[in-house]
Design a protein around this ligand. Structure first.
Ligand code: FES
Length: 242
């Protein structure tokens, strides 16, 4: 049976505010967005960073360390490098204050609507990998260079946070080439990814090594933003996501 305890008295947390609390001896955050309250575990599942000061964006809390995001309603990760959910707790607003229970909150339509508002992966160029499919390109040949050769070269670039190559992670959106000039459009798992400069540098170097390549342009984009849906089955297996 639910065991609600008073976590904040009425009016204690202003809209947009938060309070550090304990739920079942676990550090947690009670967050108010307009007139809704969310109670979530205060520990990032990626590497244990407290989420206490994490920015709130679109009903998600951002880990201050590597930029993972978690849906406040469901606790599910919406941005890498986190792949596991944080705990969420049931909240009741009563006349004297806000009460929190160690139980998970009931599923509700509003929460589902929040989850649905997270940008979904959009179709990507034919030469880029589709989640679950082979990421190898269509094999278009221009001179001595093929899309497959570019994709295979990019497979050598490993995301140092996740130890998975950037092709299987779904970071490569498209490849274009004309007479030895290769353009790669790619993204990062988050705009704040600390490994971004390293990944871009290594991508450029990997493509430059292909015989016949005279020029490489790496175009970084955050639109559409990366999401775990873009990973291939191989990457999911490696991360233990099913
Ligand atoms: S510790 Fe939170 S994203 Fe790495």
């Amino acid at each position: 049976m639910s065991d609600f305890e008073l976590a904040a008295v009425s009016g204690e947390i202003p809209p947009g505010g938060r309070k550090s609390i304990f739920v079942d001896d676990l550090p947690a955050l009670l967050i108010r967005i307009e007139n809704r309250y969310f109670a979530v575990e205060d520990v990032c599942t990626h590497d244990g960073q407290p989420l206490t000061d994490g920015q709130i964006i679109d009903c998600q809390i951002v880990c201050p360390r590597h930029g993972a995001r978690f849906d406040l309603a469901t606790g599910k990760p919406t941005r890498m490098p986190a792949t596991s959910a944080i705990r969420t707790f049931a909240v009741e607003v009563r006349t004297d204050g806000v009460y929190v229970s160690p139980d998970a909150p009931p599923a509700e339509p509003e929460a589902a609507a929040v989850a649905a508002s997270i940008p979904a992966a959009t179709p990507i160029a034919a030469t880029a990998p589709v989640a679950g499919d082979s990421p190898v390109g269509a094999g278009v040949v221009v001179g001595d260079i093929t899309d497959d050769a570019v994709i295979e070269a990019l497979r050598e670039v490993i995301d140092p946070e996740l130890m998975i190559n950037i092709v299987d992670l779904g970071l490569v959106y498209s490849v274009q080439q004309t007479e030895g000039k290769v353009g790669v459009e790619m993204t990062l798992t988050s705009p704040a990814c600390p490994a971004g400069p390293q990944i871009i540098h290594q991508s450029r170097t990997a493509v430059e090594r292909i015989p016949g390549v005279s020029e490489v342009e790496i175009k970084l984009t955050m639109s559409p933003p990366w999401s775990p849906d873009r990973m291939t089955d191989a990457a999911r297996d490696q991360l233990g996501i099913f």
